[in-house]
Design a protein around this ligand. Structure first.
Ligand SMILES: *Cc1c(COP(=O)(O)O)cnc(C)c1O
Length: 379
């Protein structure tokens, strides 16, 4: 179906085209100078000492687990209201994900108090995910991590440049991971980034990104090296220069992109203010955030009608989504008898409304009016 208003719209124009063509014509398209420039820009922007571009975020998460020394027999505490890759990465190294519930129907992030109750002698790390770009309570989470000597990995896919007490999300824990999949705030088709302030993590990640080899083809082509050795069992998790060149153009647009997203969120808040039947998560948040998505949670009386509301919006040409249903702990490969009542409720009651920089006032009003109509109809 072709939606009149999609959930997300790619923010690409001639600039991305030119950057890609220029890289193709340069004669060097695999990992090289554009990747290096993209990484440099990214580490400056996030205030982290090191940034390593990868082929996607899932592999950055996998590398994070290896760097944190997670292995078979270990447990890693994680949210369930997230994309499945957050949790799969724990399994890649043979460890066990221990799901933890969210704070409330209003704060959809992992609950630091519940984290503490899940810690055992096998716990080695906590993975957090900053939902929609709103910060987890990193102060409490870092305190718990310190108390029990745990690593902290931030899945920051939603949270590119979100502020937290003068820092950027992703740069607070031991490692931060980002995605440049098409529908993220910065898109390169596929792509990811790992950031850290720990030099030995960066060096090991760089080695593992390219088969454990001591030199890159680009270095050899430049005459900086003639041969290589293999020091670790590595992977091919590299990003190429064509994608990095597109990523650099996307970073150039990010400032404006985020101003628009904030404006759109505020517009939604204004127009949806008095709808009694919904909760707008993170409503009171005062941090400057990425506003990756705009979620609303239906209150108890109407939460069973979520899919009918989505259907009515669809019939009006409005695409919506749900971040996330099923939650990961309800997926077949993760099923157990663990109870996460808040995650369960929210995943059944969430709707993500369209959010992208070019959404205009008329479209936002149209979406909100149709949403209000839908609520009146189902009651
Ligand atoms: C997009 C996303 C990922 C996966 O990123 P890829 O680059 O597609 O591997 C992981 N976690 C979250 C929260 C995401 O939104």
């Amino acid at each position: 179906m072709n939606y009149k208003i999609p959930l997300f719209d790619l923010n690409f124009n001639k600039r991305e085209e030119k950057a890609a063509v220029k890289t193709i014509r340069s004669g060097w398209i695999s990992t090289g100078p554009r990747v290096e420039e993209f990484e440099k820009r990214f580490s400056e922007m996030t205030g982290s000492r090191y940034a390593l571009a990868t082929s996607n975020c899932t592999v950055a998460l996998h590398l994070s687990m290896i760097l944190s020394g997670i292995c078979s027999g270990n447990e890693v505490i994680c949210p369930s209201l997230t994309f499945v890759a957050t949790v799969n990465s724990i399994r890649y190294v043979g460890a066990k994900p221990v799901f933890c519930d969210i704070i409330s129907h209003e704060n959809l992030n992992i609950d630091p108090e519940k984290i503490e109750s899940k810690i055992t002698s096998r716990t080695k790390a906590i993975v957090v995910m900053h939902y929609a770009g709103f910060p987890c309570n990193m102060k409490l989470i870092m305190n718990v991590a310190k108390k029990y000597n745990l690593k902290v990995i931030e899945d920051s896919c939603h949270a590119l440049t979100s502020d937290y007490n003068g820092k950027k999300l992703g740069s607070i824990g031991d490692i931060g991971c980002f995605s440049f999949f098409s529908n993220k705030n910065v898109s390169t088709g596929e792509g990811g980034m790992l950031i850290t302030n720990i030099k030995k993590y960066y060096e090991k990640a760089k080695l593992l990104r390219s088969h454990g080899m001591t030199t890159l083809s680009y270095e050899r082509a430049q005459g900086h090296a003639v041969k290589y050795d293999v020091l670790e069992l590595g992977y091919n998790y590299r990003m190429d220069d064509i994608r990095a060149a597109i990523g650099i153009e996307q970073l150039n647009k990010l400032g404006k992109n985020l101003v628009r997203r904030e404006y759109i969120r505020n517009k939604y808040l204004d127009l949806m203010g008095e709808i009694d039947e919904i909760i707008i998560p993170f409503r009171g948040n005062m941090n400057k955030v990425s506003n990756y998505i705009f979620p609303v949670v239906l209150k108890k009386g109407i939460s069973g009608k979520r899919d009918i509301i989505r259907h009515i919006l669809k019939n009006n040409g409005i695409q919506t989504s749900v971040h996330y249903d099923p939650p990961v702990h309800k997926m077949k490969i993760y099923l157990s008898n663990i109870q996460l009542p808040l995650t369960d409720y929210v995943s059944k009651s969430l709707i993500s409304l369209p959010m992208y920089p070019n959404l205009n006032n008329g479209q936002i009003r149209f979406i909100v009016n149709k949403f209000k109509d839908a609520i009146t109809k189902i009651k």
